[in-house]
Ligand binder design. Structure first.
Ligand SMILES: NC(=O)c1ccc[n+]([C@@H]2O[C@H](COP(=O)([O-])OP(=O)(O)OC[C@H]3O[C@@H](n4cnc5c(N)ncnc54)[C@H](OP(=O)(O)O)[C@@H]3O)[C@@H](O)[C@H]2O)c1
Length: 264
């Protein structure tokens, strides 16, 4: 018999990584609220997961770049007392050099990857903090830490996701609320088709299946990771980077410019 473990709301649940989260959270016994624009795909997933996993699945058709749709999902996150998990997965990414795309494209990217994710993360942080329980999973990207290798505005939006998650995780520490940023590398989803790019041009040893990615991300969550890089073999490499970052701390804000600038 399925053990019910609270409700999980997943944005971007109609395909790719979000759909894999819906599958695997249902298998863990979570009732689900699935959010995306494609209502038909969401309904098909809801029907299948209800039948196969025995959980309750609700569908919310929402375009998270539209203020009224975002407000309605935000209100649900803020007021649904059964909610235990929020997965912010909806996102889009232009490929190629930043200047090859019209600047207007980046407004939509900011609305979805940044504004919507921040709005829902803050609503969950407040509600979960008051309740003393809850988990927020934010899908960032490996390019958050290597922006030189990808479309710059997209990489910057994912660096925002990483920083927001680390910052809120620190703010909510000790209040029973978990934050996790997941940094996928190339993952086989509709992400590339949507941009007109050909994932076939990418070496297959760099491409992870969405189901493997989500299984690793959930294992990282279970292990207590705040940041999960599913393909990274040695966690020590990430810990060394974080250690170096925190060692900068005492020198990041001082009364005088560093002597190496020779300003006297
Ligand atoms: N695939 C990769 O290589 C990769 C690598 C690193 C990070 N990521 C990140 O992983 C996340 C999921 O992407 P994916 O790879 O699974 O791609 P995907 O298959 O294209 O999924 C994107 C999801 O976002 C939803 N979405 C797009 N625009 C939306 C909007 N305006 N309002 C609401 N939902 C919207 C889509 O559903 P509808 O079209 O039905 O709305 C879909 O469910 C993204 O944040 C992406 O940046 C992907």
């Amino acid at each position: 018999m399925t053990q019910h473990t609270g409700t999980a709301l997943v944005t971007g649940a109609s395909s790719g990584i979000g759909a894999a989260y819906a599958d695997q959270l249902a298998a863990r016994g979570h009732d689900l609220i699935l959010v995306a624009r494609d209502q038909a795909r969401l309904r098909a997933a809801a029907e299948r997961l209800g039948r196969e996993a025995g959980v309750t699945v609700e569908v919310i058709s929402a375009d998270l770049t539209r203020p009224e749709d975002l407000a309605s999902v935000r209100d649900r996150v803020a007021t649904d007392a059964t909610l235990r998990v929020l997965v912010n997965c909806a996102g889009l990414g232009p490929l190629g050099p930043a200047l090859d795309s019209p600047v207007s494209l980046y407004d939509g990217l900011l609305d979805l990857n940044v504004r919507a994710l921040q709005t829902l993360s803050l609503a969950a942080a407040k509600a979960f903090g008051e309740r003393g329980a809850g988990t927020v999973v934010n899908i960032s990207s490996a390019v958050a830490i290597i922006p030189e290798r990808f479309n710059a505005p997209y990489a910057a939006s994912k660096a925002f996701v990483l920083a927001l998650t680390q910052g809120l995780g620190a703010e909510l520490a000790g209040k029973g609320v978990r934050f996790q940023a997941v940094l996928p590398g190339v993952t086989r989803t509709n992400f590339f088709d949507r941009t007109g790019a050909d994932i076939g041009q990418i070496p297959s040893e760099m491409i992870m299946e969405a189901s493997d990615l989500v299984a690793a991300a959930l294992a990282g969550l279970d292990a207590g990771e705040t940041v999960t890089i599913p393909s990274l073999p040695d966690l020590g490499d990430w810990q060394a980077l974080e250690g170096a970052r925190f060692r900068l701390g005492p020198n990041l804000s001082r009364s005088m410019p560093a002597s190496r600038y020779g300003l006297g």
